[in-house]
Design a protein around this ligand. Structure first.
Ligand code: UD1
Ligand code: CA
Length: 453
């Protein structure tokens, strides 16, 4: 069975009050449409066609990584008209599944159930029971429970408005029949639109049994029209992600105060304190702990490593048994080996630090290769930038860098070297020796402090 997925995404999204097309607004760090395309991909064996309109170029560019075809719906003449634009791209498909770019939380499992329920017939609808069905199309059934048609809220009679079963819009249909039904719909309704939902009555009149199924959660079928709904969906999704993590053995101090905007892979007994933000792909090894107020973006934290409060770690990897923070910043391309300690107000960029080395206080390390067992004293700065180019600092194993040292790159500190505090090191410091640059200390015996006249 070849499945064609049509994603409707041409609507303006006026109520977002935004320059950005609605389907590019982000939910858990991904555009709304990205969620839908991921779901389409998860169903497998599909050809996907996105019907775009408003802000089309930007939408296409933003989602260029997805394997799908794009058709423009120049004028938004209704959902039926939108699907018609996509059908020429669906030749050779057996069935058509209709998804929506602004309904991001629809689950592959729910769509699979819909497809299974409709497997024996030519039309299937995802419907839902809503306490307040205002605004939605209502599903009209006959006395025997067979679906007859859909009536839009704006076209419904008083009696029809009482119906609680609504049309979610999600639909699966035989492709050839969809072609035929859509060629027969018109726009004689209150909104002067070509309604996709009019295929329901045509199918029923053609004697087609119309299958229905329901979503697992109502949130799956909630569209996003404004930023209030966007925020509500964000909280719902975050809650679900947090629950999945907890079930996988992660301790969360407060599931409502973790935001995962990407993917978090956590081994067992990881614990995460409050107000942590995860972006991109993050791996946390067994027993790692993340303190409060940390931002982790595209990074790998080893087993048993402690990240203390208020750290920012991006595009970096930290070994196991390490201790980072509080208040440490690891910028891109930092590789810390096992048991490294990085302390408060330390910034590290594009550097490697060997096993067991310590950079504990008030330090900038950039473009450096630091060996094992090195102690970098408080206030040490690698002067990696000469105003035009970046240069490398190499520090050998077991070196000891005294506090407040400036290492003017390119510079080499030999293994086991000791650098006296306050030095400005511009040339190679030999291995195993004490090197320091320091004006001699002088004391003036007869000196008197000036006093006020
Ligand atoms: C539609 C259904 C309604 C259902 C509701 C569920 C129809 C006629 N009605 O109503 O039965 O209860 O969804 O939310 O289908 N779109 C286009 N091009 C268009 C028109 C719409 O791409 O010309 C897209 C929109 O961007 C949106 C979706 O289709 O993502 C739904 O369109 P909208 O106008 O919001 O339909 P509803 O009135 O909500
Ligand atoms: Ca809508």
């Amino acid at each position: 069975m070849k499945l064609g997925v049509v994603v409707l995404a041409a609507g303006k999204g006026k109520r977002m009050r935004s320059r950005l097309p609605k389907v590019l607004h982000q939910l858990a760090g991904r555009p709304l449409l990205g969620h839908v395309l991921d779901t389409a991909r998860a169903i497998g064996n599909t050809r996907v066609c996105v019907v775009y309109g408003h802000g089309g170029e930007l939408v296409r560019r933003t989602l260029a990584d997805y394997d799908c075809t794009w058709v423009e719906q120049v004028q938004q003449l209704g959902t039926g008209h939108a699907v018609m634009q996509a059908l020429p791209r669906m030749q050779g498909m057996d069935r058509i599944l209709v998804l929506y770019g602004d309904v991001p939380l629809i689950q592959p499992g729910t769509l699979q159930t819909l497809m299974d329920e409709a497997a024996h017939t030519d039309l299937g609808l995802l419907t839902a029971m809503l306490g307040d069905p205002t605004g939605y199309g209502r599903i009209v059934r006959d006395g025997g429970g067979r679906v007859l048609r859909n009536v839009e809220h704006k076209d419904a009679t008083e009696a029809e408005l009482e119906i609680e079963e609504i049309n979610t819009g999600f639909m699966i249909a035989d492709r050839a029949r969809m072609d035929d039904w859509l060629s027969r719909i018109d726009n004689r309704n209150t909104q002067r639109e070509y309604y996709l939902t009019d295929v329901i009555a045509l199918a029923s009149r053609d004697g087609v049994e119309i299958a229905t199924s329901q979503p697992q959660f109502l949130e799956e079928v909630c569209g996003i029209n404004d930023r209030v709904q966007l925020a509500a969906q964000e909280r719902f999704l975050q809650r679900r992600q947090a629950e999945a993590l907890m079930r996988d053995g992660v301790t969360l101090a407060d599931p409502a105060r973790l935001d995962v905007r990407g993917r978090l892979y956590a081994e067992s007994d990881v614990s995460i304190d409050v107000n942590v933000v995860i972006e991109g792909e993050v791996h946390l090894g067994e027993g790692a702990s993340i303190g409060p107020n940390c931002l982790l973006r595209e990074c790998d934290i080893g087993r048993g490593t402690q990240v203390l409060a208020n750290c920012i770690i991006e595009h970096s990897s930290v070994g196991s048994g390490a201790r980072i923070g509080p208040f440490s910043r690891l910028r891109p391309e930092v590789i810390l080996a096992d048991h490294v300690h990085v302390g408060n107000f330390v910034e590290i960029k594009k550097s490697q630090v060997g096993e067991g080395s310590k950079v504990n206080h008030l330090t900038y390390v950039g473009d450096a290769r630091i060996g094992r067992g090195v102690n970098v004293g408080a206030g040490t700065i690698t002067c990696d930038y000469d105003g035009a180019n970046k240069h490398l600092t190499v520090i050998g194993d077991d070196a000891f860098i005294g506090s407040n040292t400036s290492l003017v790159a390119p510079v080499d500190i030999g293994a086991g070297a000791t650098i006296g505090a306050g030095s400005v090191v511009c040339r190679e410091a030999p291995a195993g020796k004490l090197t320091l640059t320091r004006a001699e200390q002088v004391t003036f015996d007869g000196w008197r402090r000036p006093s006020k006249k």
